[in-house]
Design a protein around this ligand. Structure first.
Ligand code: GLV
Length: 327
């Protein structure tokens, strides 16, 4: 029997990081492309010293309780809303995550969604492929200007700040709402959420999913948005009331939406949002560049090995819940 610590890895990761992981631990690699179902996750966690998880894996208090040997959780994502951080903390299990390395890549995608929706890029591509392009006309696939418009950023962490830099380069007016002012972001103005919703042509979500951001963009918030405005979400699907969003788009109240995250992932192929031409939906690929995914995997391996070697992971998401943390 191997004396190496056993790690349950819930999806395959880029090869150099996987090879490094295998040189330090016994890897129990989930063989499917789809995530393990909850019962499978719990079964594999029951014999694991470490868990290497992905965003969305449901790591609740019961799953943690069913893993008596577990010493560290390392998630290949910045967001850790799928993990019961307090339950892990009570067992002195640190939770690692991967902030920083994915900031610019995710901001690229969010800005890309703004452009795609405003300039109808995905819709225009479908139009051409369907053989509908018969002539140049002054009205074919006419959209909205991004340059010079107003962007409202909700959540001004690293990714929100990356959005601000991109938007300022496009000559946009940049507003943001965040719990704390960020004076270091020159050119962006902090306003209350209501004002941001009322003034922005594009609203982009960059806040982590927490009790206070769950359902933040509900029917009321949508009703405060400018007629014809566009909502972009690369944060978490649960921050938006998707039924209310559908209604705002169907009625023409909103001009469009770019969603990299949805309430249910993957989105049900029968979801009515998929029938709306002014909605661009991507499969949670905010951080999906080759270089960034490799950096995330390597950082998650570092975090995991830190935890197995008795150190706090270099990027620890639940430091405040670990024993010894000042409350
Ligand atoms: C992706 O959603 C992440 O949190 O990194």
């Amino acid at each position: 029997m191997s004396s190496l610590p056993r790690v349950f890895l819930t999806r395959e990761i880029p090869e150099p990081a996987l090879a490094r992981l295998r040189s330090h631990v016994e890897v129990d690699l989930w063989p499917e492309e789809t995530a393990p179902a909850y019962q499978e996750l719990v079964a594999h966690m029951s014999s694991a010293d470490g868990l290497f998880s992905m965003a969305g894996d449901p790591i609740d208090a019961a799953a943690i309780a069913a893993a008596p040997k577990l010493r560290v959780i390392s998630q290949m994502a910045v967001g850790v809303d799928n993990i019961d951080l307090a339950a892990a903390g009570r067992r002195a299990i640190p939770v690692g995550h991967t902030p920083g390395v994915l900031t610019e890549t995710t901001a690229d995608l969010a800005f890309g969604l703004i452009l795609a929706v405003a300039r109808r890029i995905a819709e225009a591509d479908r139009f051409v492929r369907q053989g509908l392009w018969r002539a140049w006309t002054p009205w074919t696939m006419v959209g909205k200007d991004v340059w010079g418009a107003t962007l409202g950023i909700i959540g001004m962490g690293g990714i929100g700040q990356g959005m601000a830099r991109r938007a300022l380069g496009f000559g946009m007016t940049v507003l943001y709402s965040a719990p704390r002012a960020k004076p270091e972001v020159a050119g962006a103005t902090q306003v209350a959420l209501e004002e941001l919703l009322a003034r922005s042509d594009f609203v982009s979500l960059h806040a982590p999913l927490k009790p206070e951001t769950r359902g933040l963009i509900d029917a009321r918030a949508l009703s405060l948005m400018k007629p014809g405005a566009v909502l972009v979400n690369t944060a978490r699907g649960a921050e938006v009331d998707q039924a209310a969003l559908y209604e705002a788009l169907r009625s023409g109240r909103l001009g469009g939406a770019g969603l990299d995250v949805t309430a249910l992932e993957p989105i049900d192929p029968g979801d009515p949002l998929l029938r709306l031409p002014n909605v661009v939906i991507t499969p949670h690929i905010g951080s999906a560049s080759e270089a960034t995914r490799l950096k995330m995997a390597e950082l998650a391996v570092d975090n995991l090995l830190d935890g197995l070697q008795g150190r706090r992971p270099r990027f620890c998401a639940n430091a405040a819940s670990l024993p010894g943390a000042s409350s």
